[in-house]
Design a protein around this ligand. Structure first.
Ligand code: AR6
Length: 178
């Protein structure tokens, strides 16, 4: 793996526990908080996150699929939460890859704009939104690696898997870059 890609780490665990500059949330278009990782982040982060989401919802109508917005980390150890909205899998690849890739690209761009150096991602869209885990992992890793080609400021990217299946897929895919 080139030194650039050594900053990518895969772990299994709960993203809300990480002490890091920013964690990424797999949110919904209305930034309402929901189930899955979104629910866990809002529960652990508290009202401040929900309040900032409300301001974003009222000022710009929430967050479009593939886009990203930023709030405080509230009570979390992380300073910021970057909320991005993955695509809902509809059984066809067409267009879906671009939306999911944009989630990673736009979250990283927002991170750089906010001087964030360490960031953790969940496996966006692979829970309630039903995206195939292997395809989602391929998109996540290839987009991140592409982004890192021109990166000068991000120092660590942690890919957080909640289940063994995603963890094993990510570990295998990353090993291909070794
Ligand atoms: N830490 C890390 N990963 C987690 C955690 C956690 N604490 N909890 C779940 N995951 P999902 P989506 C994993 O469903 O598919 C919400 O209702 C989970 O195992 O959270 O993008 C939103 O409001 C899976 O691998 O997000 C939206 O409506 C991954 O996080 C909708 O769900 C993503 O699963 C978004 O669905």
């Amino acid at each position: 793996m080139s030194t650039k890609y050594k900053i990518i780490e895969v772990i299994k665990g709960d993203i809300t526990k990480l002490k890091i500059d920013a964690i990424v949330n797999a949110a919904n278009n209305g930034l309402f908080g929901g189930g899955g990782v979104d629910g866990a982040i809002h529960r652990a982060g508290g009202k401040e996150i929900a309040d900032e989401c409300k301001i974003i919802r009222e000022s710009r109508g929430g967050c479009k699929t593939g886009e990203a917005v930023i709030t405080t980390g509230g009570n979390l150890e992380a300073d910021y939460v970057i909320h991005t909205v993955g695509p809902v899998w509809d059984g066809e690849r067409k267009g879906m890859e671009t939306f999911l890739s944009n989630c990673y690209k736009n979250s990283l761009t927002l991170a750089v704009q906010n001087n964030i150096e360490t960031i953790a991602f969940p496996c966006i869209s692979t829970g309630i939104y039903g995206f195939p885990k292997d395809l989602a992992a391929e998109i996540a890793i290839s987009t991140i690696i592409d982004f890192l080609k021109n990166n000068v400021s991000i120092k660590k990217i942690i890919l957080v898997c909640f289940e063994d299946e995603s963890f094993n897929i990510y570990k295998f895919l990353l090993s291909l870059y070794n």
